[in-house]
Design a protein around this ligand. Structure first.
Ligand SMILES: NC(=O)c1ccc[n+]([C@@H]2O[C@H](COP(=O)([O-])OP(=O)(O)OC[C@H]3O[C@@H](n4cnc5c(N)ncnc54)[C@H](OP(=O)(O)O)[C@@H]3O)[C@@H](O)[C@H]2O)c1
Length: 272
């Protein structure tokens, strides 16, 4: 990772955070602003977006909000037009839809929405913003994947497959773009205490706990890995868990993961 004072030079002056109203996206916006970047924040929840933006402004940060749906068909053009006057040096694609449900109970429209927000969105925004970064020979892209990307698991079939897409996309871009001066990182969090994660948990398990990370710690580790590694699993316990799973035959790893994910609360829209 570049030294903290080099961060705006390497990735500034503007960062774009997609899915920035709450949870990990809001925390990316806070930490990037604290490190000297101006932040363009996208979310469909205009009220929560403005509340987080106001908090960052009150702390002295420069932000612009864009209330839009990341599933819209013309996403790349819309974001390009709304940010044409900004020099964007960092894209953090954070938003995801993470339906927890047996596969056959996921409506077709729900599957399409997951593909749009989790896969098509990062493709379109990377494609829209990368040419200027490559021309400047500096910049960065952070794509949010998940520990769920490594193995299929019950109730997360579509979500986990979209997160595998994000992981492989980021790794490929890391390989292609490093010679152009652009750093790419896939982040694979485990359970992290955000509104989306809390919705997948029974009420008594929604508080802080030994098996759940807090968003500031996840984002700190992610930003520390940008420019150093192609992927990061935040949290020592999560890294040990991922390493243990990787030693198992795949059928055993899938069964073990599925015993855990089968206990998640089925819900129409959560992020796991
Ligand atoms: N939290 C975890 O345990 C965990 C674990 C592994 C990976 N991750 C990954 O980390 C990322 C962030 O997760 P999180 O838990 O912070 O999520 P979250 O709490 O649900 O927040 C996601 C944000 O993205 C917004 N968003 C969703 N769909 C959108 C759309 N179509 N257009 C615009 N904004 C949209 C959400 O708005 P709405 O509230 O209106 O939907 C919300 O503000 C995701 O990529 C997730 O896959 C999270």
């Amino acid at each position: 990772m570049p030294a903290p004072d080099a961060f705006p030079t390497r990735y500034g002056p503007w960062a774009l955070v997609a899915g920035a109203a709450v949870g990990l996206g809001a925390e990316y916006a806070r930490q990037l602003a604290a490190r000297g970047l101006a932040v363009a924040m996208i979310d469909r929840d205009a009220g929560a977006l403005e509340a987080t933006a106001a908090e960052i402004r009150a702390g002295g940060g420069a932000v612009r909000t864009l209330a839009l749906d990341l599933a819209r068909p013309d996403l790349g053009d819309a974001v390009r037009a709304a940010t044409a006057d900004l020099e964007i040096g960092l894209l953090v694609y954070n938003a995801a839809i993470g339906t927890v449900s047996p596969f056959l109970e996921v409506p077709t429209a729900g599957m399409q929405a997951m593909l749009d927000v989790n896969c098509r969105g990062p493709l379109l925004l990377a494609h829209a913003l990368l040419p200027a970064m490559v021309a400047r020979r500096r910049g960065g892209i952070v794509l949010m994947s998940s520990m769920a990307a490594d193995f299929g698991s019950a109730q997360l079939a579509v979500y986990a497959a979209t997160k595998a897409f994000d992981l492989v996309l980021a790794e490929a871009l890391w390989a292609e773009l490093r010679e152009h001066g652009v750093d790419v990182l896939a982040v694979q969090p485990g359970s992290t205490r955000t509104p989306g994660w809390q919705a997948s948990q029974p009420p008594e398990l929604r508080g802080p706990g030994p098996h759940v990370m807090e968003p500031p710690d996840v984002v700190r580790e992610a930003l520390a890995a940008l420019g150093v590694e192609p992927t990061v699993v935040p949290g020592e316990a999560n890294r040990q868990g991922a390493q243990m799973l990787a030693t198992l035959p795949r059928r055993d790893a899938i069964a073990l993961m599925s015993r855990i994910t089968a206990t998640l609360l089925p819900t129409a829209r959560t992020v796991a």
